[in-house]
Design a protein around this ligand. Structure first.
Ligand code: KG4
Ligand code: ZN
Length: 333
């Protein structure tokens, strides 16, 4: 059995996990800072870094204890080294390096986005590449092809805002709390998704996305209605906005899978927790005999189990890092 200790501190979650053989989660401790950042309407990097420093070792100890393991039992330590907030990433990287040096364990540097894709392997024991993954998080919207466990190819990404970012910004103008995605989803459940025809940008342009025009369209709609003195049906706005995002994401993902001749699609990232996205994509995949996979919600948002899973396959391939591993805030796929 191979045991990996994973560490994740790229944004506002301090997380440590122990995963066996890349698939079995023995522990996955997540200490969220959302309540600290909520009053500012977004993550404050300085506060995040300080909180990670306080939380990281207690979270590591708890992850080991829950897994019934000690550091001596661990085969390798996997840590997110980018992309993310530099100060936040540095806490995880410095901690992983110190543990690796002190205990004489291999160190693996993990790309956070690859970790999100690998969250799918935690939930489905038989799932294996090749697959097409749609990564939809607060910072990224990308379509990638995973040819084998260690070969990623970026097919396309957003030209401006990420899908999650659009959810968060629209939530803010609707005066909903941060993070906005789950709040919009809740409100949208009471609205009509066909009430307002918001734009579907770049419909014909392959794997590229754009969400900033949609965000402006929502803002313009609200401003115009408020100026006229109309009462705005905010549930209809949320539902129509969500429908526009989901429509574009689903159509492009299915198209990418068909063009690549791949019959497996995996969803990754925080927005993958969205029920309407899952349902819509499931229906469109079924039409083309494509199987759809998505992690349970706890593995969709930031967590260290997905990082340990990714690290497992890098460890098997001998892709280790040295003690010169550094945080790379704008790390690409
Ligand atoms: O992957 P993640 O936890 O952090 C990043 O790496 O960015 O994603 C966070 C994003 C936020 O923008 C949040 O609003 C969005 O995921 N999100 C959702 C839902 N749950 C989280 N968006 C839509 N529907 C949801 N249910
Ligand atoms: Zn993430």
């Amino acid at each position: 059995m191979t045991l990996i200790l994973g560490l994740e501190t790229s944004c506002d979650e301090t997380s440590a996990a122990v995963v066996a053989d890349g698939r079995t989660v023995l522990s996955n401790i997540i200490s969220s800072q959302i309540d600290l950042h909520q009053r500012y309407g977004g993550v404050v990097p300085e506060i995040a870094s300080r909180k990670h420093i306080e939380n990281v070792m207690p979270v590591v100890h708890q992850a080991l204890a829950e897994a019934g393991a000690t550091l001596a039992d661990i085969d390798a330590i996997g840590v997110t080294y980018g992309p993310g907030l530099v100060g936040a990433l540095l806490v995880g990287v410095a901690t992983a390096k110190a543990l690796s040096f002190a205990a004489g364990k291999r160190l693996v540097g993990v790309n956070h986005l690859e970790g999100h894709v690998f969250a799918n392997f935690l939930a489905a024991a038989d799932l294996a590449p090749p697959l097409i993954a749609l990564i939809v998080s607060g910072g990224h919207t990308s379509l990638v092809k995973l040819a084998d466990y260690n070969t990623f190819r970026l097919l396309g990404q957003t030209r401006d805002d990420a899908a999650g970012e659009a959810f968060d910004k629209v939530a803010r103008v609707l005066r909903l709390p941060y993070p906005g995605g789950p709040e919009i989803e809740k409100l949208a459940a009471q609205g009509n998704p066909e009430a307002i025809a918001f734009p579907r940008a770049l419909s014909g342009s392959g794997c590229e996305f754009s969400f900033s025009g949609l965000k402006s369209a929502v803002l313009n709609h609200l401003n115009a209605a408020r100026q006229r003195g109309d009462t705005v049906n905010e549930a209809d706005v949320a539902a129509s906005f969500q429908a526009a995002v989901v429509d574009v994401l689903s159509a492009k993902t299915v198209q990418a899978a068909r063009e690549a001749g791949i019959d497996k699609v995996a969803l990754a990232g925080g927005v993958a927790a969205n029920g309407r996205l899952r349902a819509e994509l499931a229906a469109r995949c079924a039409d083309h005999k494509i199987s759809l996979h998505y992690p349970p919600p706890v593995y969709c948002t930031d967590n260290a189990a997905m990082i340990a899973c990714r690290a497992h396959y890098q460890h098997l391939a001998g892709c280790w890092a040295g003690l010169d591993l550094n945080a790379v805030p704008s790390l690409k796929l």
